[in-house]
Design a protein. Structure first.
Length: 301
């Protein structure tokens, strides 16, 4: 296959590993800087141009679209889809996962376990929002935050009200969630490919930090997940229509709850923690599922 990978930084571990895995299996792969693509969107024959040339002949596309360029990245990916290029993850599915509010609404609709979450626009209903989330302590999240940025733990009702009012005063949208104390500052990431969990790790936050993101100094180790956790991860991926994703879960007293579904999960932490060739499994999935022109979104919502 001739594969395009939409990515801005070719030196990232994940991108180098995907290139390595594809080439080892005899495929041709080209990293294309998403922001340098341009398109004539009104052409009846969809085209993507890059560095002064028209991109042609690609069989599949691996979207590694950074959250900060989601809007433009999805426009480029849609253009590839209209050209009949098979996507690892489809544009509609990535769009669902990047919209935290929409993704939670879809997961809740499909019965996936979630922490109690409240959302409101009017700062005058802060009291009621906190009550829905179970009062303090609560976790307050920016809708646009990533990698643990814009996530605050409010220990008391007074501090929670102050944080909510401060965010709303800055005219940013937030979610207020119950704090899963029993998780102990750790979470589970399950790596789902083609409807199966192929690897999982437990991430633990740095000392004094309730966030477990590896980018924030957390650590990771391979972990055996329960059948319920495995089923939850698979159901979450299916709900959003993602073929490949990382599902982040907390171990709550009543069972696993999903915190986020990542449509461009990093490979370094998972491969180092488990010793598995995750990049190779992604390329294998492309080989199994690729069909010319097969770009119609499977998921709904």
């Amino acid at each position: 296959m001739k594969i395009a990978m939409l990515a801005r930084n070719p030196d990232l571990y994940s991108h180098k590993r995907l290139v390595e895995a594809a080439e080892q299996r005899g495929h041709e792969i080209q990293i294309i800087n998403t922001l340098r693509c341009y398109m004539n969107i009104t052409s009846r024959r969809p085209e993507v141009h890059y560095n002064g040339q028209k991109l042609t002949g690609f069989d599949a596309v691996i979207p590694r679209i950074g959250s900060s360029i989601t809007f433009y990245g999805l426009a480029v990916l849609r253009q590839f889809e209209m050209m009949g290029v098979y996507p690892l993850n489809e544009s509609v599915a990535i769009g669902r996962s990047r919209d935290k509010l929409r993704s939670m609404q879809l997961l809740a609709r499909d019965g996936v376990g979630l922490p109690v979450t409240a959302f409101a626009r009017d700062p005058k209903v802060t009291e009621e929002v906190l009550q829905i989330a179970g009062d303090a302590p609560v976790v307050i999240k920016l809708l646009e935050g990533t990698q643990g940025i814009g996530v605050v733990l409010a220990d008391t009702k007074r501090s929670a009200k102050s944080v909510v009012e401060a965010f709303r005063g800055a005219n940013v949208d937030i979610l207020v969630q119950e704090f899963i104390k029993e998780a102990g500052g750790s979470d589970i990431r399950a790596f789902v490919i083609g409807g199966k969990v192929i690897a999982s790790m437990k991430r633990t936050g740095a000392e004094g930090d309730f966030r477990s993101n590896l980018h924030r100094g957390g650590t990771a180790a391979a972990v055996k997940i329960t059948p319920q956790e495995r089923a939850t991860a698979v159901k979450a991926a299916k709900s959003l229509g993602l073929n490949v994703c990382g599902v982040d879960m907390l171990r709550a007293k009543d069972g696993p709850v999903v915190m986020e579904v990542n449509s461009s999960p990093g490979l370094e932490g998972m491969e180092n923690a488990t010793g598995l060739d995750v990049a190779g499994k992604i390329i294998e999935h492309l080989e199994r599922t690729y069909k010319p022109g097969k770009t119609r979104t499977k998921g709904r919502g």
